[in-house]
Every structure is written in structure tokens, then in C-alpha cells.
Design a protein. Structure first.
Length: 785
């Protein structure tokens, strides 16, 4: 085997780790005058496990080449005559490359690069774990035990557990599995050279088990005492049970019964295990109590209180099984297991608790003088006048009214910026701002029992508020009005402005006469004895009216059934008296008045109007026309289906007013009461009648729709002839009538056969030609065939 033994080593292995060299060396085996120069490089000289070493030929003057690859032992492992060969390096270690370049004359040059390429050893990923299986929930620790590669250290760790969130990138992790299943755990490791490896393990987690039980009884006062236990355990797979009844006996039954023969309190334990080995334990201390007397006891907190406070009663009887009766010593009781109670009177109280557990097992405990309830004082207070108007600063002196002493007092006075306190018996407090303020007095006796009394908005220091008053406030001009000022304290000066441009008054209660129609703004500027000034302006305090201000606009004739609208100038209110007996309620704040459904005929209406409290009466005469189209009758004739005649009840037509007919086809008749009209074509026409004595909007009735219809018989048949007998012919009606009011069909098939269907079929049984006739009749009895 060829070995690389006599070649000078130009580079250390460490240099290969750090640098990529492109080296051009003169061959050692040829003369310095040769024209062939061997040279090469590579851009991939380091890698992990599998490295593709691609060589780049940089030789000059050469026409052929021999490449030789040697391992770190100097053994030739591969060769090539390609210009730019590639070698695949699969074993870790260093590799040397020798290139011999030849020209056409056979001259050559050799370049050897020792340790030219290096393949690193991959790290070997591995880890250990505290468990590979277990019952949920279970924490498992995973510790990496990877073997480093060439670089000698592991730089990166990456853990993955299926279904788990992102895990820490640390050598050791802890993870708690909470659900059953099989999980794959991955560990990826990478060393400083970037070489990596990974490994996996499977972890199996089993479903959890829940141990639980109840019993049909737990307390007894007699022996023997048999208890039936009811197993409530749950879990997957087969379940196994271990019972410990606390008296030295055990059981593996599902729902065991056990008899206790000795008095005492017994712990009960149940261990439930499934077929996967998962277990759960429930331990109930003193669950079974067998005693000659029932264990009843309780505790209280606190045992000394003030009137109105509560005491908590805690049941120490062991179990909440049974019935209970508390007696709090003040006439109150409770059947709760535990409770609290409020005492409303001072005194010392005995408390007892009775428990009944069934089967004659009962117990009772009583504590004498257990609860002490201390009296609380009663609190109130009085003061000097707490109400002022515009008086700052304002001082109030307070006097307590307290029983149940001796006591200490604490006053709390609300202020704009907070609260002031005083411990004086009869304090005086000063306020510097307008407003309403709370005052609270708290009295505490020697036992520490306190009572508070709060008077909300007790002290009130208000602004000066002056209200002008007028009497009367409305009426007819000239209207004399007396004015007065209403205030919370005495006034010293007045300035009245009556709003009509007259000279102001400084009298306390002036009288003023209004001579013009309208409503007036009254202004009063007043000063109180405290020097406070208030300006009050009231709009429309006084309104003066006059007669003859209403304008009555009523038509003398109106249509039947129409609304009667009466127009006025703006008024305070309107009322109406119709025909001396029918009164309509007053309508306020309007400028029109509407009455509804006045009957036909003459009507006398008196309207009473109020203008700023000044009454006036106006009269109107109204004639309501008769209803003109309540009885319209239309007649048709089959002899001339385009003709109709319309009739109106003469009693309903008002002779005082002319009328005209509109036949709906552009034709008008103003002469005939019961006109005859001939239409040019079938169709629906709306005929209306109008009173023409009302302008500009005449009265028009609702009218009536007229249908001009001309029945026209017609049909088609399929087939129109036949060659065999019998032959069935289908007849289809094509008759027309404007309003589709054909009532009957009569068919004669010409062979003695008939039908009254609209679209019949007929079977002809004999040869021949047949005459078929169709006769139709509409809803007016008109016939066509």
C-alpha cells in the first residue's frame, strides 16, 4: 500500500481547524526550469461525519492529473484523474491530498498538503430519566449524558416532549405529566463544531385513580355498631381495594360492611389501586365514633360584646351529621350546624347545644354565663339655630343628650375641606362657606361600647333667595298687579323692574298697571339684613290681554264628514259650545281649533277664547253638506255591455249645491242626477261625484269602481281530427271577460255529448265531422257562444 511518508508537513492540524489555505508550492521532485506547476484548493475542508471534499485545480501548464487521498495513518484510500474531483469522507480524522500534474512531454509537478481536510466526530446524544412510566400526575427528571465529539464539549441542548410546551434549553429538565398516554422525549445536542445528534425515549403515563367513600352511618352510642361502606372510587382498568377500619381489621371488598364491638373513635383508610399500579389513598380521621354518649361541644368568639354585635358559634361535635338545636339564652334558637347570633339586650346569657344523631344517640352541652352583652349609650344632641341665610362666618353651639354614662364624646363636623373633630362636651363650631353639613356625635362608655348619631345636612347656610310674586298674574288691560317679595330673611332694599319700560320701584310691595298686551319679564334686586344681594328675573310673570284679539276664520259651508278647522291668533286657550249643548273641552296653547264629525245641516258654534287671561266670545254659523255618495247604485245591461247607469239616492243629494259626475274616462256630466254613460272599451273605471259649490277645494265622495266587461267565447282543441275510433279530443277554453267573471261553461260536442267543465276532454266513437258549441255566462247573466 502506498503511504505518505517522505513529504514535509507544512501545516499543523490546528491550522487546518482555523483557516482555509490556498497554497501554491513548487514540486520538490522536478528541476526549477519545468513549466508545470501543481496547485489546488477547496472551499470545504472541514465537516461532520460525511464531508464532500470538492477540489479546485489551480495548476498551470498541465494536461493530466493524478489525485491521491491519504488518511491520517498515511494509507492511500482513494485516487482520481479528473481535473476537479470530489471525495466523500465518511470517517472522522484528518486527510492529506497529493496532486501530480503532467504536461504533454511527460514532465510533472507534485503538491502535497498534509492534514488538508478534517472530519469531526459527532457527539453521541443520550440521557437518563427518573422514570419511564408512572401514574398521572407525575414529575419526571431528564438528565443529559451525551458523549462529546471531537470538540470535547456540548454547547447546546434542545428538549422536545410531544404535546408539551417549549422546554428549557438546559442539561437537566423537570416535567410533570398530567394526562395519560405515551409520550416521546427527544434530546438534540450540538457541539462547538456545529456537529449534532439526537436520541429519543418513550414515556408511558397511566390514568389517575381517585379513592373515595361514604357510609350509611358514622356515629353510634350503642354496641355492636355495624357500618356499611359505599365505595365511590373511580379510575381506568381493574380497581383493587384495601380497607383499614381503624380497629385492626381490614378488607379488600368493594363495599364492605364492618361491625365495631368496642367504644372509641376510629380512623378509616381506603387505598384504591388500578391494574396499572396507580394508587390513591383517602384517610378520614375519627370517621367512626362509637361512644356511650354523643360527643357534642362548641366554642364561641367573642364571649363579650356590646348590644347589637354578633357572636360566632363553632360546632366542635366532630361531624355535621344529625339534627341540632342551639339555645342562645335570650329566647332565640337555631337548627344550623354552625351559626352566629346578634344580641339586642344587655345581660349575661347561658348557651346550650343539643345534637340528635338518630338511633337514640344524642348529646347536649350547656355553658352557664357564657356570653356577656354590655349596654351601649343612647345618643342625640341639640344646638343653637343650625340654619342661616347668607351669614358668614356662622357659629353653632351643640349640647349632647346622652344616657348610659359615664361616656366620652367625639363630635365630627363636616367642613368644605374635610372634617373637624372635638371632644368637648358642648362644643362650638364655626363655618366659613355656604352649604349643608353633617354633624355626628359618638358616645363611648367605660366598657368600650359606642353609639353614633348622625344628623345629615344639619347645619345649612344658604344663599339669599328672593322670589317675586304677582297678583293677579294675568287679565285684561288695564291690568293692575300687586307685587311682593318672598325671602328667607328680612330684606332692607328693593329695586323692581316691571319689564314694560316704566320707572323702577323701590317699594317693598308696589302696585303696577300694565296697559299693553303681552307677557313681561319682572326683575327684583333685593338686599338682606346680612348685606347679601340677590337678583331674580322671572319671564312671563305677568301677562296682560284684551278682548277682540281673536281672529275667527270659519267656512260657512263645508263638506260632509270633513274636519272643521277654526283659525285664531295665538291665544291662551279655546273652548267651544256647539248648538247650545255639545261642548268641546278646552284646548290650550294653540292657534287653531278642530272639531270632528259634525252632522250635516246648520250649526251654531260659540267660541270662547282667552288671551293672557282675558276672555272673549266669538260666534260662527256653519252649514255641513249632505253625504253625496253613500248610496250609489250601478246598473248594467247585457244588450249593450259598454253602457252603465248610476243612481244616487235623491234624499242624500244636497239640492243647495250642484254636483258633477266624473266617469273616469275623461267624460264629465254636470246635468243628470242619474246619468247613463257608454264606454268605448272594456275596463275598470272609477266614477266619482263632486259638490261644486265649495271652492277652491270641492267636496268629492269616495265614488265607486265600474267594470265594463264584454264576454267573448272561444276555444281550441287538440287534436283537430282523428283517424281511428274512439278518438279523444282535448278542448281548452280561450274565452275572455275583462274582470274574469265567467261563471258557467256549456259545451255541446255535436254527437249528443255535453260538459260543464271549463277545459273538458271528449271521446268520439264514430267517424264523421262534428259541430262543437261553447256557451259562456258571466256574473251579470250576459251570454256569448
Amino acid at each position: 500500500m502506498t503511504k505518505l511518508t517522505d513529504i514535509k508537513k507544512y501545516f499543523s492540524r490546528a491550522c487546518v481547524f482555523k483557516y482555509l489555505f490556498i497554497i501554491s508550492l513548487t514540486s520538490l521532485s522536478f528541476s526549477s526550469f519545468t513549466q508545470v506547476t501543481a496547485n489546488f484548493s477547496s472551499d470545504s475542508t472541514q465537516g461532520c461525519n460525511l464531508l464532500e471534499l470538492s477540489l479546485i485545480n489551480l495548476s498551470t501548464g498541465a494536461t493530466s492529473y493524478l489525485w491521491e487521498l491519504y488518511d491520517e495513518s498515511g494509507d492511500l484510500i482513494s485516487s482520481s484523474t479528473l481535473t476537479n474531483p470530489s471525495f466523500f469522507l465518511t470517517s472522522p480524522g484528518s486527510y492529506s491530498v497529493q496532486l501530480t500534474a503532467y504536461d504533454l512531454s511527460g514532465d510533472s509537478d507534485v503538491l502535497t498538503l498534509e492534514d488538508f481536510a478534517f472530519v469531526y466526530t459527532n457527539p453521541a446524544a443520550s440521557f437518563i430519566n427518573s422514570d419511564l412510566e408512572g401514574c398521572a400526575p407525575i414529575p419526571i427528571t431528564f438528565i443529559q449524558t451525551a458523549t462529546p465529539g471531537t470538540y470535547g464539549s456540548i454547547d447546546e441542548y434542545y428538549w422536545v416532549i410531544t404535546g408539551a410546551p417549549t422546554l428549557p434549553a438546559t442539561p437537566t429538565i423537570n416535567y410533570t405529566f398530567t394526562a395519560p398516554g405515551t409520550y416521546t422525549v427527544y434530546l438534540f445536542v450540538t457541539d462547538g463544531a456545529g456537529c449534532s445528534d439526537y436520541t429519543t425515549k418513550n414515556v408511558t403515563i397511566y390514568d389517575t385513580v381517585n379513592a373515595s367513600f361514604i357510609s350509611d352511618a358514622a356515629i353510634s352510642c350503642t354496641l355492636p355498631f355495624t357500618v356499611n361502606f359505599i365505595n365511590l372510587s373511580s379510575g381506568t382498568g381493574s380497581l383493587y381495594y384495601e380497607w383499614d377500619f381503624g380497629d385492626g381489621t381490614t378488607s379488600t371488598s368493594l363495599d364492605p360492611s364492618h361491625t365495631y364491638t368496642t367504644y372509641g373513635d376510629y380512623d378509616v383508610t381506603l387505598i384504591t389501586t388500578n391494574s396499572d399500579g396507580c394508587t390513591d389513598t383517602i384517610f378520614l380521621e375519627d370517621y367512626i365514633q362509637v361512644n356511650p354518649t354523643a360527643p357534642v361541644d362548641f366554642a364561641v368568639s367573642p364571649d363579650t360584646i356590646c348590644v347589637g354585635e354578633s357572636v360566632n358559634f363553632n360546632n366542635l361535635s366532630g361531624l355535621a351529621v344529625g339534627t341540632w338545636l342551639w339555645d342562645f339564652g335570650d329566647g332565640s334558637t337555631s337548627t344550623a350546624f354552625e351559626t352566629n347570633h346578634t344580641y339586642t339586650a344587655a345581660g349575661v346569657y347561658d348557651v346550650s347545644l343539643f345534637g340528635d344523631f338518630g338511633g337514640g344517640c344524642e348529646g347536649m352541652v350547656n355553658y352557664d354565663n357564657l356570653i356577656t352583652v354590655l349596654a351601649t349609650p343612647t345618643v342625640s344632641f341639640t344646638s343653637t339655630d343650625p340654619t342661616a341665610v347668607c351669614e358668614l362666618p356662622y357659629t353653632v353651639t351643640f349640647t349632647p343628650d346622652v344616657t348610659g354614662g359615664p361616656v366620652t364624646l367625639l363630635w365630627a363636623f363636616e367642613e368644605p375641606a374635610g372634617t373637624d373633630y372635638s371632644e368637648a362636651v358642648t362644643p362650638t363650631n364655626l363655618w366659613n362657606a355656604l352649604g349643608s353639613y353633617d354633624v355626628t356625635l359618638t358616645a363611648t362608655n367605660a366598657a368600650g361600647c359606642a353609639t353614633s348619631y348622625t344628623a345629615n345636612d344639619y347645619v345649612t347656610i344658604g344663599e339669599l333667595e328672593v322670589t317675586p310674586a304677582a297678583s293677579p298674574e294675568s287679565g285684561c288691560i288695564p291690568l293692575g298687579v300687586n307685587f311682593d317679595a318672598i325671602a328667607g330673611e328680612a330684606l332692607t332694599t328693593y329695586e323692581w323692574d316691571f319689564g314694560d319700560g316704566s320707572t323702577p320701584s323701590t317699594l317693598p310691595s308696589p302696585n303696577h298697571v300694565y296697559n299693553s298686551i303681552g307677557c313681561y319679564i319682572v326683575t327684583l334686586i333685593a338686599t338682606s339684613v346680612s348685606g347679601c344681594i340677590d337678583t331674580t328675573m322671572i319671564s312671563d310673570l305677568v301677562c296682560a290681554g284684551d278682548t277682540g284679539t281673536a281672529q275667527l276664520i270659519v267656512p260657512d259651508t263645508t263638506c260632509p264628514g270633513a274636519l272643521l278647522e277654526v283659525l285664531f291668533l295665538p291665544l291662551d286657550s279655546i273652548s267651544a259650545d256647539i248648538d247650545g249643548g255639545v261642548s268641546y273641552v278646552t284646548v290650550t296653547g294653540v292657534d287653531s281649533f278642530t272639531t270632528i264629525n259634525l252632522p250635516s245641516g246648520d250649526h251654531n258654534i260659540d267660541f270662547i277664547t282667552w288671551s293672557y287671561g282675558c276672555p272673549d266670545t266669538l260666534n260662527a254659523q256653519v252649514y255641513v253638506l249632505e253625504v253625496i255618495d253613500s248610496n250609489l247604485v250601478v246598473e248594467y245591461t247585457c244588450d249593450n255591455p259598454y253602457q252603465m247607469q248610476i243612481f244616487i239616492d235623491a234624499a242624500m243629494a244636497d239640492a243647495s249645491c250642484g254636483w258633477e259626475w266624473d266617469f273616469g274616462d275623461g267624460t264629465i256630466d254636470s246635468i243628470n242626477a242619474n246619468p247613463v254613460h257608454v264606454y268605448a272599451a272594456p275596463g275598470m273605471y272609477h266614477v266619482s261625484i263632486t259638490y261644486d259649490c265649495i271652492t277652491p277645494d270641492p267636496c268629492t265622495g269616495t265614488g265607486v269602481d265600474v267594470f265594463i266587461q264584454v264576454p267573448s267565447a272561444g276555444f281550441i282543441n287538440d287534436p283537430i281530427f282523428g283517424c281511428d275510433t274512439p278518438t279523444v279530443i282535448n278542448f281548452t277554453d280561450t274565452s275572455t271577460d275583462y274582470n274574469n267573471d265567467i261563471l258557467t261553461y256549456a259545451w255541446d260536442f255535436g254527437d249528443g255529448g255535453t260538459s260543464f267543465d271549463q277545459n273538458p276532454s271528449h271521446s268520439y266513437t264514430g267517424f264523421g265531422a262534428y259541430y262543437v258549441n261553447l256557451e259562456i255566462t258571466d256574473d251579470r247573466g250576459c251570454v256569448d257562444e
